[in-house]
Design a protein around this ligand. Structure first.
Ligand code: GTP
Ligand code: MG
Length: 418
C-alpha cells in the first residue's frame, strides 16, 4: 500500500449541551450513538465536550466561555470539524463557526444525511437523500456564506452521487420541485406495483428495527438475498423484497427496510416517505432488536414510536430479539407480545420465528361466502386445495361455498366473494 492510498481521516470533536430539562442518561446514549455515526462517516473522534447549561444558547448553542475553550482545543489538536449532537439552526452553525474561527460545525442530522448520501444506491434512494439535503443541509451551509461548489467531499457536505449542491436559492428551489416531482412519479409506480402485489395476495412481512439490529442479516439468512449487512449504521437505505418459501410450502414476501434511529429529522422522514411507507404496506411486522446492545430497550421504544408515527401500529407484530449468540442479558417476557429469541448469524431460533409467522398468517384467515358461477367450477378444486372448505352447495345459479381463506386465496377468488 502506498502512502497516497491512505485516506485522510477527519479528526472531530463531539459537542453536546445538557440542559436542565434533559434526561442526562438519554443524552449520554445519544452521544454514544453520535460517536458511532461519526465513525461510520469516516471520522476519528478526538474527544467529547459536554456543557451543562440551563438551555442551549439560541445564538451559538454553547456559551461563549465554552466556545473559547473549544476554539483552543481545536487549534491545538488539528480538529477540522465539530459535530453537535442536537440539531442546530443555520444561524447557530454560522455563529459558532465564527467563534471557533477555523473548524466547520455540523449537527446530528447533517451527519446522518452525510452517511445516507454515501450509502444510497438506488435511483430513488439518491433522489430522496438529495431532497433531504437540499431541505436540511443546504440552508445550513448557505448560512455560512460559503461557496458550496468548493466544499464537497468533507463530512457534512457530501452530496449524493454526481449531483452538485447549488448555492443559488432559486436553483435550490427549482431542484427541490423537480426532485419532488420525480419522487411522486416513482411513488405512483410503486402504488401500481403494490396494487398488483396485493391482488396476488401473498402475505408480506416487513422487517423493521433500529439501525444495525440485524435486519439485512435476517433477510439474507432466510432468503439468500445477498443484501449488504455490515457493522455500520445505516448500511441499508433501500428496501429489498424477496420471496420466501416457508417449511410447509407457503410462499410469503419479506421486505428489508431502512434502519430507524432516535431524533430522525422530520425533513428526512418526509423525504424518505416512499421508502418508509413500505413499513405501512406490510401485512405484519418483524421487529428486529439487537438484544446484545445494552440500550436495546430504549432502541425498541424509539422503533415503536416511529412505527406508530408511520401509521403502522395496527399491524400484527412479532418481536424478534436478535444476536442471542452474544449471550442474553434478560428476557422481556411481556406475554401479550409475540416474542422470539434468535441469532440471524447462526440460525438459532428461526424455526420458532417461522411458527410465529404461521400463527400471524393464520390469524389473518377468515370465513368467506363464495358463489361461483357454473363456468368457474375449476375454482372448487382450487379451494379444496388451498383453503379449508366448510360447506358446498350446488344450486341452479351457481356453487355456494363457505370456506376459510388466507389472503392469497382470497385474492384469487375475490370477485366471487359475497
Ligand atoms: N453476533 C451476531 N451478529 C449479528 C447478528 N445479526 C446481525 N449481526 C451483525 O450485526 C451487524 C449489523 O447487521 P445488519 O444486518 O447489517 O443490520 P441492519 O439492521 O440491516 O442494519 P442497517 O441496515 O444499518 O439498519 C453486522 O455486522 C452483522 O453481522 C447475530 O444474530 N449475531
Ligand atoms: Mg440493513
Amino acid at each position: 500500500m502506498t502512502e497516497n492510498s491512505i485516506e485522510k481521516v477527519d479528526k472531530v470533536v463531539l459537542l453536546s449541551v445538557i440542559s436542565d430539562s434533559d434526561d442526562k442518561e438519554v443524552k449520554e446514549i445519544s452521544l454514544d450513538e453520535l460517536e458511532r455515526l461519526a465513525e461510520t462517516a469516516g471520522a476519528e473522534v478526538f474527544c467529547r465536550m459536554v456543557q451543562n447549561k440551563e438551555a442551549p444558547n439560541p445564538a451559538t448553542y454553547i456559551g461563549s466561555g465554552k466556545a473559547k475553550e473549544l476554539k483552543e482545543l481545536c487549534s491545538n489538536n488539528d480538529i477540522v470539524l465539530v459535530i453537535a449532537d442536537d440539531n442546530l439552526t443555520p444561524s447557530q452553525i454560522k455563529n459558532l463557526e465564527d467563534e471557533l474561527d477555523g473548524p466547520d460545525v455540523i449537527d446530528r442530522s447533517m451527519l446522518i444525511l452525510d452517511i445516507f448520501a454515501k450509502h444510497a444506491e438506488s435511483a430513488a434512494g439518491k433522489l430522496q437523500v438529495e431532497l433531504a439535503q437540499l431541505k436540511y443541509t443546504v440552508p445550513r451551509l448557505i448560512g455560512k456564506g460559503k461557496d458550496l461548489s468548493r466544499l464537497g467531499g468533507g463530512i457534512g457536505t457530501r452530496g449524493p452521487g454526481e449531483s452538485k449542491l447549488e448555492t443559488d436559492r432559486r436553483h435550490v428551489k427549482r431542484r427541490i420541485d423537480s426532485l419532488e416531482e420525480k419522487l411522486a412519479e416513482i411513488e405512483k409506480n410503486k402504488m401500481t406495483q403494490r396494487g398488483s402485489r396485493d391482488k396476488s395476495g401473498i402475505f408480506k412481512f416487513g422487517i423493521v428495527g433500529y439501525t444495525n439490529a440485524g435486519k439485512s442479516t435476517l433477510l439474507n439468512r432466510m432468503t439468500s438475498a445477498g443484501v449488504l449487512a455490515e457493522d455500520k449504521l445505516f448500511a441499508t437505505l433501500d428496501t429489498t423484497t424477496r420471496k420466501y418459501t416457508m417449511e410447509r410450502g407457503e410462499e410469503i414476501l419479506l421486505t428489508d427496510t431502512v434502519g430507524l434511529i432516535r431524533n430522525l429529522p422530520h425533513m428526512l422522514v418526509e423525504s424518505f416517505k416512499s421508502t418508509l411507507d413500505e413499513i405501512k404496506y406490510s401485512d405484519a411486522l418483524l421487529i428486529v432488536i439487537d438484544v446484545s446492545d445494552p440500550e436495546f430497550k430504549s432502541q425498541l421504544e424509539v422503533t415503536e414510536q416511529l412505527i406508530s408515527e408511520l401509521g403502522a401500529n395496527e399491524l400484527p407484530k412479532i418481536y424478534v430479539f436478535n444476536k442471542c449468540d452474544r449471550g442474553m442479558t434478560e428476557k422481556l417476557n411481556s406475554r401479550d407480545k409475540m416474542e422470539v429469541y434468535i441469532s440471524a448469524l447462526n440460525g438459532d431460533g428461526l424455526k420458532e420465528l417461522e411458527s410465529y409467522m404461521y400463527q400471524v398468517i393464520n390469524e389473518n384467515k377468515h370465513l368467506y361466502k363464495i358463489v361461483l358461477p357454473m363456468d368457474k367450477l375449476s375454482f372448487v378444486d382450487y379451494l379444496y386445495k388451498n383453503a379449508s372448505v366448510n360447506n358446498v352447495e350446488y344450486r341452479e345459479d351457481g356453487v355456494y361455498i363457505e370456506a376459510v381463506l388466507d389472503k392469497k386465496t382470497k385474492g384469487m377468488v375475490e370477485e366471487f366473494i359475497q
